[in-house]
Design a binder for this molecule. Structure first.
Ligand code: SF4
Ligand code: SF4
Length: 140
């Protein structure tokens, strides 16, 4: 799952969404007339959606039918491109590390369970700390 940027962004590209994305997964790719969200780096936090002045950003399951092609467009925009290192732990060779989004996804799911009171914060912490370590973030 990821968020998707659709047609309203075309030729607008004001980058309001980029400023709030916690994992830097919204890209202004060279030669493109809109921004794109990386389909595996996005952690589905939803922070970008309310920032867009033209309502161009949608969760995958909510993309309006007339812009369904933008789901594939967002994914294809990254094919064959070297993505610069991002906050998700991109490698020094300039290609995003594939493991990092999985760790972030796991952390997000744990936090969701805590906020839904399905998991004790202490139990979540035991799993979050090793996941953070894998991302190079050492806690305590
Ligand atoms: S949903 Fe969150 S992680 Fe995904 S692009 Fe928007 S701000 Fe970035
Ligand atoms: S905030 Fe909306 S219009 Fe601006 S760059 Fe992001 S998706 Fe495009």
């Amino acid at each position: 799952m990821a968020f998707v940027i659709a047609e309203p962004c075309v030729d607008v590209k004001d980058t309001a969404c980029v400023k709030v994305c916690p994992v830097d997964c919204i890209y202004d790719l060279e030669g493109e007339n809109q921004l794109y969200i990386h389909p595996t780096e996005c952690i589905d936090c939803g922070a970008c959606q309310p920032e867009c002045p033209v309502q161009a950003i949608f969760p995958l399951s909510d993309v309006p039918a007339q812009w369904a092609s933008y789901i594939e467009k967002n994914a294809k925009a990254f094919e064959g491109r070297e993505i610069h290192a991002s906050a998700t732990g991109g490698g020094s060779d300039g290609v995003a590390a594939p493991a990092a989004p999985n760790e972030l996804d796991a952390i997000r799911k744990l936090l969701e369970q805590v906020s839904a009171k399905k998991l004790a914060p202490e139990a979540a912490l035991e799993q979050v700390v090793p996941a953070l370590k894998k991302l190079g973030i050492h806690v305590g």
